[in-house]
Design a protein. Structure first.
Lengths: 80, 736
């Protein structure tokens, strides 16, 4: 079963497909320039020692972003 | 002279752009700044079979959307300087994301070619890339290379020369952005072409796209060029945005990006073949599992930083020794060859001591930079940002502030000038300003000589530990004052962080050496010119005006009296060989004469311009334990912090006359009555945090866009430093 949730709520090691990006202007532009667009598949690979930021593996690269930025991104995951 | 064709290098950060640039231009590089802004401009010459190419290395960018100053600079260079060809260096192992920039270059209508780098990495990840198919789809030459090993270099250069010579503009490159945007674009294009609106610089469709994207720079240019046309375009853009928002619940900018990625994604199907790789856990992930581990990661980070100091101090000892003995030898040589007088004083005290005091630390700085280059080139610095962002945010800064801090000397040995400039990558004006103003608190390379001097004089047995503690102190003060500034003079909200965590890479020796050499050379150049000149000015300030004839006469009379009082000893001194054993009375006489000489020199120095300034400030500076000599050095330190050491050196070598007794400066200080470890700590703290050198102040003013902030940094820093030093000295005195 598919489930849509906020990127911040994803567990370590969980994968999903970006469903939407709510950020506009600067933030939205930066997020997209870095390759985070609807349809992109990502996996949460790591959290910083203080839980924030979070490292995301995309198909061929790894990004890091803060939790409050992850709030703008919703992800569709396969629920076990 | 024929400078040949100009070729620009564009590409994402971490794609091996610098490696390719180094490989193309070798050592023939020039580093400067783009006019008016402080983004680094690197260019060099590439020669191949008698053909000369001028290669310009553009700043690494992910996009041309004018997100950061780097993007604006790169875009402006491409449309204004119009290089004959732009080589877009693309990471083959990360093709989709990298082609996002390529697409924007194509839309800009400039001639480009693709250098498909890291083919070896791509292969090892099971990616098979059809370069010919990619070339066909994009309509530009594509050359697969491995920049690290030089594979494909010749073919790249030959293709580039051929393409640059031919000077053909690429075929018009148009992506469909969906029905709504396409019809808006068509309408806008017609207006633009009809009104010849910015068409000299930009393709019509591109300008239209930028209007839809609400690109601030283009909108501003457009309004200046033709307000009416700009108004019409803005109206269409606004209408389109409203329509898209109503029907698709999105906005033009996002839709444009989606279509670009969609276009690339569709293209990839014919270009990239993925072999089923069983394990997606690359080497980098394995390393990160340890290096950024919650518990072990920060510990390893601390160890790595501490290791850097060990490396720098331990391994540079030998060349530092060589430098010291070389300048010592030069001093001795000048001492023997020249007659006593002003010229000798100028050469020994002004030039040799001045240059030696600064250049003697070059090996140390070189080792330090080499270590930093390793951290940078391996990708470890990004992990430092990853682990520290949460901390930085607490102080109102950005994870990227770590770069400005580190370059400024967060890892001791940087320089606040490039550090302040590195703060440019920060988008939010408030975080940037806070970083700009606090980065100079870090232990820059110019403060290192002062620290090394104090450590050698008073804490010689614990140098690595003391340096480490000083670094922690610098961080603490920088962060706390950033917090203070962000909640008072520059209060406000924060900015996007998203950044890449590049894969770990083994740095190339050549890259490391070029990196190290560039930075060290910057230091030497600064030392060689500004510092030497200031050293001479300081010498003059400490030499003139000379003592009036009357007081000279007084000292002469004192000496004569000593000689008359012990005629036998005077005779013995006069006739004795240099190394001869002296009788008790002769030794006593010599000490008496030396004492007179010292008093005379001290009087001369106090009488000089510098002495007068230093003495007049002594009343206040005594609170922190500084005498007038230190004051002179600190005044000189505003010109550049390394001057503090050479000034102290000059002050003390002028203050004592007997050349055979000149130990090195640390020993002189350690044995001076006015000095003790408490004074040393108080001075260290003051030097670390008082007004940045004037070069940095100029940069701060320019970066912050106002002289007000330059002045602010002088007053705020000096006030803060003085308060800290006074506190340390006064409290410390209670315990000593």
């Amino acid at each position: 079963m598919k489930r849509t949730l906020c990127l911040r709520q994803m567990k370590l090691g969980q994968s999903g497909t970006i469903a939407s990006i709510g950020a506009q202007a600067e933030m939205g532009r930066r997020i997209r320039d870095m390759g985070l667009v609807p349809g992109a598949v990502l996996t949460v690979v790591r959290r910083a020692p203080l839980k924030d930021p979070v490292a995301l593996r995309l198909q061929d690269f790894t990004l890091m972003l803060r939790n409050n930025e992850a709030d703008y991104i919703t992800v569709e995951t396969d629920e076990e | 002279m024929d400078t040949g064709l100009t070729v620009a290098l564009a590409g994402n950060p971490n794609t091996g752009k610098t490696t390719l640039f180094n490989s193309l231009t070798g050592a023939r590089q020039h580093v400067g700044n783009y006019p008016g802004v402080t983004v680094e401009e690197k260019h060099g010459m590439c020669e191949h079979n008698g053909e000369r190419l001028r290669v310009v290395d553009l700043p690494g960018t992910y996009s041309l959307t004018a997100y950061s100053l780097e993007e604006v600079v790169a875009r402006d260079f491409l449309v204004q300087d119009r290089p004959a060809l732009t080589i877009d260096i693309v990471d083959a192992s990360n093709l989709e994301r990298n082609l996002y920039l390529a697409l924007q270059l194509l839309e800009l209508g400039i001639p480009i070619m693709i250098a498909l780098n890291m083919m070896d990495v791509a292969e090892s990840r099971g990616l098979r890339i059809d370069a010919d198919r990619l070339a066909e789809l994009l309509g530009v030459p594509v050359v697969p290379i491995v920049a690290r090993s030089g594979k494909g270099r010749t073919q790249l250069i030959e293709t580039a020369i051929e393409a640059a010579r031919a000077g053909i503009r690429p075929r018009t490159f148009e992506i469909s952005y969906g029905e709504d945007l396409d019809s808006a674009l068509a309408a806008m294009e017609e207006i633009i072409i009809h009104g010849a609106f910015l068409t000299e610089t930009y393709p019509a469709r591109w300008t239209a796209l930028k209007y839809l994207e609400k690109d601030a720079q283009i909108l501003e240019k457009g309004r200046i060029a033709a307000a009416d046309i700009s108004g019409q375009l803005e109206a269409i853009a606004l209408r389109t945005a409203a329509h898209i928002s109503a029907t698709l619940n999105t906005y033009p900018e996002a839709l444009i990006a989606d279509h670009r990625y969609g276009y690339i994604h569709a293209m990839m199907k014919g270009v990239v073949q993925r072999q089923a790789t069983k394990d997606r856990m690359y080497l980098s992930d394995t390393l990160d599992a340890v290096l950024t581990n919650r518990l072990v990661g920060p510990l390893i980070m601390l160890l790595i930083l501490l290791g850097l100091y060990k490396f720098t101090f331990t391994y540079s000892e030998v060349p530092v020794g060589w430098c010291e003995s070389m300048f010592g030898y030069l001093g001795d040589l000048a001492d023997r060859a020249l007659p006593d007088g002003l010229l000798k004083s100028l050469i020994i005290s002004g030039i040799i001591d001045g240059a030696g005091g600064v250049l003697g630390f070059v090996p140390l700085i070189m080792f330090m930079f080499f270590g930093i280059a390793i951290l940078e080139d391996t990708g470890y610095l990004a992990r430092v940002a990853f682990m520290l962002d949460r901390v930085f945010r607490m102080f109102g800064l950005h994870g990227s502030s770590v770069m400005a801090y580190i370059i400024s000397g967060g890892i001791a040995g940087g320089c606040a000038v490039p550090g302040v400039m590195a703060a440019r990558t920060l988008r939010s004006p408030r975080e940037r300003l806070a970083t700009l103003l606090t980065a100079p608190f870090m232990n820059c390379g110019a403060k290192l000589p002062v620290m090394a001097l104090m450590i050698a004089a008073f804490f010689a047995s614990h140098e690595a530990l003391v340096m480490f503690l000083l670094t922690l102190l610098a961080w603490a003060v920088a962060l706390l004052s950033a917090r203070l500034l962000r909640s008072t003079v520059i209060a406000g909200a924060s900015t996007p962080f998203v950044m890449e965590l590049p894969p770990y890479r083994l740095p190339t020796v050549k890259g490391l050496l070029i990196h190290t050499w560039e930075r060290t050379w910057q230091y030497i150049r600064k030392a060689g010119t500004v510092i030497l000149a200031i050293s001479i000015v300081v010498w003059a300030m400490m030499t003139f005006p000379q003592l009036p004839a009357q007081s000279l006469h007084t000292y002469e009379k004192l000496r004569t009296e000593e000689l008359i009082s012990a005629p036998a000893a005077a005779q013995e001194l006069d006739s004795a060989e240099e190394d001869a054993e002296l009788s008790e009375s002769a030794l006593q006489l010599r000490q008496a004469l030396d004492a007179v000489d010292r008093k005379e020199s001290e009087a001369a120095l106090r009488n000089s311009i510098a002495g007068r300034i230093g003495t007049s400030l002594e009343g206040i500076s005594r609170l922190a334990g500084f005498d007038w000599r230190t004051n002179i050095a600190l005044v000189g330190g505003f010109a550049a912090k390394e001057v503090i050491v050479s000034t102290l050196g000059t002050a003390y070598s002028l203050g004592e006359i007997a050349p055979e007794e000149t130990g090195s400066l640390p020993e002189t200080l350690a044995s001076s009555p006015g000095w003790n470890p408490l004074v040393a700590v108080s001075l260290l703290v003051f030097v670390m945090f008082y007004a940045p050198c004037f070069v940095t102040v100029v940069c701060i003013a320019r970066e912050a866009g106002s002289w007000k902030w330059g002045a602010f940094s002088i007053v705020f820093n000096t006030g803060l430093a003085f308060a800290m030093s006074v506190a340390i000295y006064q409290v410390g005195k209670l315990f000593i």
